[in-house]
Each structure stands twice: as structure tokens, then as C-alpha cells.
Design a protein around this ligand. Structure first.
Ligand SMILES: [Zn+2]
Ligand SMILES: [Zn+2]
Length: 411
């Protein structure tokens, strides 16, 4: 049997285990950088494979290295090339409302972004490639990453050496994300260049002076000033930024006061800020803070505005995107690839890996039904993901690694 067919039939055999692992993780979602049960499940699932495994010290990460045996001719001592495959592992503070039978058993936590599928697909790929080491002309680093959802898990793993885990540095990196809505089931999509936004945080405290709600002139009302700032942030976006180099600001939390007749001492709000170029990112970091401070000052109040640079723009290498698109076409057929005209305003800390190593990040449609246009998106308490797509995700991981190593060896 040709390698392609053997991989395909092996994936079909792995699929029930991937489903079981995914359901197990889904029932016990963990949030952030510390995912002890998830880490345990990954380590258990990798037991017995010919992998060099290490775990993180600043997070519950798992790094596994597989040494390919198809590289050099016997006696040849050329350094083997290294590629990296990544799966993120963390859940979200969302109360699940899907009603699936393997629903979350943890109050207020849910795998609403499909990272449970990512873990299962990457474990599947590790098992698949372990059974086909002779097809690997080099080494593979499996990056099981906690803390993608705003915790900089990728940054932690890079700092702890994931890119050098095999010895020689990783030369190519690939990752994949399942999508609950928008994209048809089993379709792959990506684009060269800017794929996803930079994501930063704007944290603002407007300091006033409390008093009686009936006598605002004897107080300094931080609520009305904060409200004015929030509206002005949107005006700033439309008046100060190029529509063809967009930015998005969304104030997602606002807290002030205790009762309607009490003017509070302060109002606190936080915004997420998305941008698609380093230039726009730099400008909004300054302009947003200036606007908050200046509007507060105009009313005789003070604002502490802090701009936190978080995740950089996710940029796909053009050649690696062409390569990954080709692999999708070869393995699954060209009709399985949907071109992606515009970047996503979501963000990814795989961006940090792609800042270091050329590679490609792809999306995989995982909507269980045909109505992906109206299906709930990732992060929704109603987001559902079809187990069936994991087989293809696993096969694409493995195929990318095999072919990338072959390319690196050839040239
Ligand atoms: Zn997410
Ligand atoms: Zn995600």
C-alpha cells in the first residue's frame, strides 16, 4: 500500500481514541496556563510512543520530540531538519449551553474554542507519525500549549526552548484551528501574509470624586466621563485611522457604582484592541491613551489609561502557505480548500512562533451541520464542533510534517 493510503487507514483506526480523548477533555475543561488534568491526559495518551517528552516549568505545557528514521543514509551524519506541529489546550470561562452529552462538568468553564479537538488531533498525529517514523526525513516537535486564550502560553514555551527542543532549531511550524461557524464543515482555509490581528488591551480607570446622586455639581462623576470616553474611542477609530488598515476597539467590561443615587469614586473599563499592521498598532497605543486622559482632564477628572501590548499580528509565510495549500489539495482534493480573502480580527499567540520560524496557520471548518452561516461561533456557549473533522486534521498535521521534512532534506 502507498504511504498515503496507509496513513489514511491508520487515521481511521485512531479516530475512536481521538473522539474519546476529546470528550474526556471537554468534560474537564481547564483555563489558563495551569492545566494539570489536561497535561496528565496528554502524557497518558503519549505513553509508550518513541518520543522524548518534557513538560513546562512555568506552565502545564508538553513538548514531545519524535526522531524520524527516514532521514540520512546509514552512516551519514548530516543534521536532520526539524518541523513543529502545535495544538493549544486551554478552555474558556464560558458556561456551556450546547446540551451535548459530553458537556462540561465544570461550572463556568467550557472548551468553547475547540482546543479539546486540537489536543486530540495532535495526539493523533504523534501516534500516527510514531508508527511511520521511516517516512520522516527529520524530527518533529509536538507543541502542546496551554494558555492561548490571552495567557501568552506560546511565549512561555518559546522562552523555555520549544523551538530548540530537538537540538537543531525548528525550521518550519504549522498549526490549525477548528471553526464552529462561518466555514463549511471539513473545508480548510488560510491566506498568505496577515492572517489574524494583533490583540492588545486598554485598561482604564476614571477617577472622580463620590457624592450624592442629587448633587452632581458637588462631586466629580466618573460614570458620565467614562461613557463619553467609550463613545469617543469609536469616533477616534473612524476619524484617525485608515479604513484600509483597520483597527477595532471593543469595550467588553465596564464597572462603576453600587446604587443609582450614589456617585461613585471611580469607573473602570477594559477594551480589546485589534490591529493589522505594526504602524496602526503603534498609533492606536498612543492615541487611545491620549484620548482617555484628555477627555477626563477636560471634565476636571483624571484617567489612568494603560495600553498592554499582548499578541502580535499573525503572519503566514507566503511560500509556506503555498506549500500547505498544495498539501491540502494533494491529500484531500482541491475542492476542500476555500480561499480566504480577508484576515480574521481574532488573534493567536501562534503569531509568536511565526515571528521566529516560517510556517502556516490554517483553519478547519468543524460545524456539525450544513448551516455554518448561522451556527454559533467559537467562544459562544452554544459553539459545537464535529468530532468527524479530527481525522482530517490529524492527517493534515502528519502530511505537513512528512512533506516539509522531505522538502527540507531535498533542498
Ligand atoms: Zn479562542
Ligand atoms: Zn482558539
Amino acid at each position: 500500500m502507498a504511504l498515503e493510503d496507509r496513513l489514511r487507514s491508520d487515521v481511521a483506526e485512531l479516530q475512536p481514541d481521538m473522539v474519546a480523548l476529546r470528550h474526556q477533555l471537554h468534560q474537564r475543561p481547564e483555563i489558563g496556563l495551569d492545566l494539570p488534568q489536561t497535561q496528565r491526559a496528554v502524557l497518558d495518551a503519549l505513553t509508550g510512543l518513541p518520543l522524548e517528552i518534557s513538560t513546562g516549568s512555568s506552565s502545564s505545557s508538553v513538548t514531545a520530540v519524535l526522531r524520524g528514521t527516514g532521514a540520512a543514509e546509514p552512516g551519514e551524519s548530516r543534521t536532520a531538519p526539524v518541523v513543529l506541529l502545535r495544538g493549544d489546550m486551554d478552555a474558556l470561562p464560558v458556561q456551556e449551553a450546547t446540551g451535548v452529552e459530553f458537556t462540561s462538568t465544570i461550572d463556568g468553564a467550557m472548551h468553547a474554542c475547540g482546543h479539546d479537538l486540537h489536543v486530540a488531533m495532535l495526539v493523533g498525529a504523534a501516534r500516527l507519525l510514531s508508527a511511520h517514523r521511516d517516512a520522516l526525513a527529520g524530527d518533529v516537535v509536538f507543541m502542546f500549549q496551554p494558555g492561548e486564550e490571552g495567557w501568552n502560553g506560546a511565549g512561555h514555551m518559546i522562552a523555555e526552548g520549544v523551538l530548540d527542543a530537538a537540538g537543531p532549531r525548528v525550521q518550519r511550524a504549522y498549526g490549525m484551528h477548528v471553526i464552529a461557524g462561518k466555514l463549511a464543515r471539513s473545508q480548510f482555509t488560510t491566506r498568505p501574509g496577515t492572517l489574524m490581528a494583533a490583540s492588545d488591551g486598554l485598561m482604564v480607570t476614571v477617577r472622580g470624586s463620590g457624592g450624592h446622586g442629587s448633587a452632581p455639581h458637588r462631586a466629580k462623576d466618573p460614570v458620565s466621563v467614562a461613557a463619553e470616553i467609550i463613545t469617543a474611542l469609536q469616533t477616534m477609530v473612524t476619524r484617525q485611522f485608515d479604513v484600509f488598515d483597520p483597527v477595532v476597539i471593543t469595550v467588553g467590561s465596564f464597572h462603576a457604582g453600587t446604587r443609582r443615587n450614589i456617585i461613585p469614586e471611580e469607573a473602570v473599563f477594559e477594551a480589546t484592541v485589534r490591529s493589522f499592521s505594526p504602524a496602526a498598532r503603534e498609533r492606536i497605543a498612543t492615541a487611545s491613551v491620549r484620548l482617555c486622559e484628555s477627555i477626563a482632564a477636560a471634565h476636571g477628572l483624571e484617567a489612568d489609561a494603560r495600553y498592554n501590548a499582548e499578541y502580535p499580528v499573525t503572519v503566514n509565510d507566503a511560500a509556506q502557505t503555498a506549500f500547505a495549500t498544495r498539501v491540502v489539495g494533494d491529500v484531500f482534493g482541491e475542492d476542500r480548500f476555500t480561499p480566504m480573502p480577508d484576515p480574521e480580527a481574532g488573534a493567536e499567540d501562534f503569531s509568536r512562533v511565526l515571528e521566529e520560524v516560517p510556517g502556516c496557520y490554517l483553519f478547519l471548518g468543524a460545524c456539525p451541520g450544513d448551516d455554518h452561516d448561522s451556527a454559533a461561533d467559537n467562544h459562544s456557549p452554544y459553539a459545537v464542533f464535529d468530532d468527524a473533522v479530527m481525522a482530517d486534521g490529524c492527517l493534515l498535521h502528519a502530511s505537513l510534517a512528512i512533506r516539509a521534512l522531505a522538502d527540507l532534506t531535498a533542498g
